[in-house]
Write a protein that binds this ligand. Structure first.
Ligand SMILES: [Zn+2]
Length: 183
């Protein structure tokens, strides 16, 4: 059995010969007026947390959007502003602006949440198995910022058979501004 006594090495005595009081050569320069920090110096502003951190999102997002996107809260059905939006345009992530869905894939599922049969062809969605609330579901998130969007189910009406059920608060809609599509 080894002796595991930890020996504390105390500094012997208080003498510290390295410290010389009143070392010369450290005078303040008399002509250096304006030692205040320059206002507006680039790169010196503290950001409210690094991009993607919860502090960053908390400062950036309205409370209700933060709850959905970062805390995975589901908005009450039939309350979302975009539920009955039928104009042509693009639905983007309300957190980072990444385009997610086209209005051409939106349909009325009757669920009370904006629903789509497919994401944009780039598939800017990440998929995770969600076993919360005693169910096995597939959670969908923005693959760019990780913001929670909703869930995807296998009972959709389109060829994909998918129903992307998305919180309205997780989305930002940009109408096509009447730009006519020419062929
Ligand atoms: Zn995003």
């Amino acid at each position: 059995m080894k002796d595991r006594t930890v020996r504390k090495s105390r500094p012997a005595g208080a003498a510290n010969p390295a410290t010389e009081p009143g070392a010369p050569g450290s005078e303040a320069e008399p002509g250096a007026a304006g030692s205040e920090a320059e206002p507006g110096a680039p790169g010196s502003q503290a950001e409210p947390g690094a991009a993607g951190s919860e502090a960053y999102w908390s400062a950036r997002l309205p409370r209700e959007r933060y709850s959905v996107l970062r805390e995975k809260v589901t908005e009450p059905p039939f309350t979302g502003e975009l539920l009955d939006e039928h104009a042509p345009g693009t639905y983007s992530c309300a957190g980072c602006g990444s385009p997610l869905f086209s209005s051409t894939r939106k349909f009325d599922s009757g669920s009370g949440w904006p629903s789509f049969t497919d994401p944009l062809p780039e598939d800017p969605i990440s998929y995770t198995t969600d076993t919360s609330h005693g169910m096995v579901r597939t959670e969908i998130c923005c693959s760019r910022c990780g913001g929670h969007l909703g869930h995807v189910f296998d009972d959709g009406p389109g060829p994909s058979g998918k129903r992307y059920c998305v919180n309205s608060l997780a989305l930002a809609f940009a109408p096509e501004n009447g730009a006519s599509v020419r062929s």
